[in-house]
Design a protein around this ligand. Structure first.
Ligand SMILES: [Zn+2]
Length: 192
């Protein structure tokens, strides 16, 4: 799945979890879930995060993000050269390690912690729809697939899956924020 599809799945997972728990996520939780959904692909040096962060127009911001960018590139190189793409970071073990790394956030900002975990886990779900599947039990077992054939990464069907997820997420947000739902209903009532 490409970066856009993963970001959509990340936000969808956050909305799903929020509907389940009945707690509205804070606004920052949305980008957090989308970015967390890119993290497992850091094991691919050509991925959104594995390639480092792109330069910005602000020199100050550039100075701040450069160490993070180098860190991501180094991590990407090490993972790619040791375990390879779609291995550790795409497994349940990877989820546990990520949960442990970000665990200091749990007592401080539980909403952010939940958003990061939802985003990360959504990546495995999305990749499980792919032809290759995901190695959930890495380093053991066969890749786990949710569909018999699987969605080809970057293909037309992936686009359809992404659109369906956007619609489902939109509906989820509508359910999550009754105020948005009400004004939307009023808007519909006004249109002839
Ligand atoms: Zn992936």
């Amino acid at each position: 799945m490409n970066a856009t599809t993963h970001a959509i799945f990340g936000v969808a997972a956050l909305v799903g979890v929020s509907l389940f728990t009945g707690e509205d996520p804070a606004l920052y939780a949305y980008p957090a879930a989308a970015i967390a959904a890119w993290i497992p692909d850091v094991d691919n040096p050509r991925s959104r995060l594995g390639n480092g962060l792109s330069r910005t127009k602000s020199p100050i911001l550039d100075k701040l993000i450069r160490p993070v960018s180098w860190g991501l590139k180094a991590l990407s190189f090490v993972l790619f050269r040791t375990v390879g793409h779609r291995t550790l970071t795409h497994s349940l073990l990877g989820v546990l390690i990520f949960a442990a790394i970000v665990s200091p956030l749990a007592p401080l900002v539980p909403g952010l912690y939940a958003a990061l975990l939802a985003g990360y886990a959504s990546h495995l779900f999305a990749d499980a729809l792919n032809i290759r599947g995901v190695p959930l039990f890495w380093p053991m077992g066969k890749p786990f697939k949710l569909l018999p054939g699987g969605v080809r990464s970057g293909g037309a069907f992936e686009f359809v899956v992404a659109i369906v997820m956007v619609l489902a997420t939109g509906y989820g947000i509508y359910e999550l924020y009754p105020a948005i739902g009400r004004s939307f209903d009023e808007f519909l009532a006004f249109t002839p």
